[in-house]
Design a protein around this ligand. Structure first.
Ligand code: SF4
Ligand code: SF4
Length: 169
């Protein structure tokens, strides 16, 4: 289910408008002075002239069970095309995901999770790292022939993770 949230859409829209740093991380408070026209970054305890407060940057992440399942149903529904393809799994770019939640129920392997779930630090890091290295994918391809057999196999990361890129679109 999509979670209530406005920050991602706000950040994305402002970034697209060229008026907001695109890669602000969580916990930062950002203020703009209409007098100087310059962006300033401050701690959340400061009171700026005009304040856009960014409380949390949230994202969905792809986790262990995607590895060697890679059904790719998810890429078809993502409104911002923020999936990236490795050799045997996909990842989500955390700075591009708008946290809409549409992909989560589409994944047959139930491998997509909101990063608000506990214990996903490893996967958040992996999604962030490899979404910068792997090619973008927005069109569904063929799942591996043994995808069903691999669904639910434990500890896939240790056994099967490949850092090699996929083909992308
Ligand atoms: S639908 Fe699920 S298993 Fe398939 S590629 Fe997307 S995240 Fe991976
Ligand atoms: S479909 Fe999934 S990956 Fe794409 S923006 Fe929505 S939550 Fe993020």
């Amino acid at each position: 289910m999509p979670r209530e949230r406005s920050g991602g859409i706000l950040r994305r829209d402002l970034a697209r408008a060229g008026s907001f740093p695109a890669k602000l991380r969580s916990g930062a408070a950002v203020c703009a002075s209409p007098l100087s026209g310059k962006w300033q970054t401050a701690t959340s305890t400061l009171v700026p002239l005009t304040v856009v407060f960014w409380s949390l940057q949230m994202t969905y992440v792809v986790t262990d069970n995607c590895i060697r399942c890679k059904y790719m149903d998810c890429v078809e529904v993502c409104p911002v095309d923020c999936f990236y393809e490795g050799e045997n799994m996909l990842v989500i770019h955390p700075d591009e995901c708008i946290d809409c939640g549409v992909c989560e129920p589409e994944c047959p392997a139930e491998a997509i999770k909101p990063d608000t779930e506990p214990g996903l630090d490893q996967w958040l890091q992996l999604n962030a790292e490899y979404s910068e290295k792997w090619p973008n994918i927005s069109t569904k391809g063929d799942a591996p022939a043994d995808a069903k057999d691999m669904d639910g196999v434990p500890d896939k990361f240790a056994k099967f993770f490949s850092p090699e890129p996929g083909e992308g679109d």
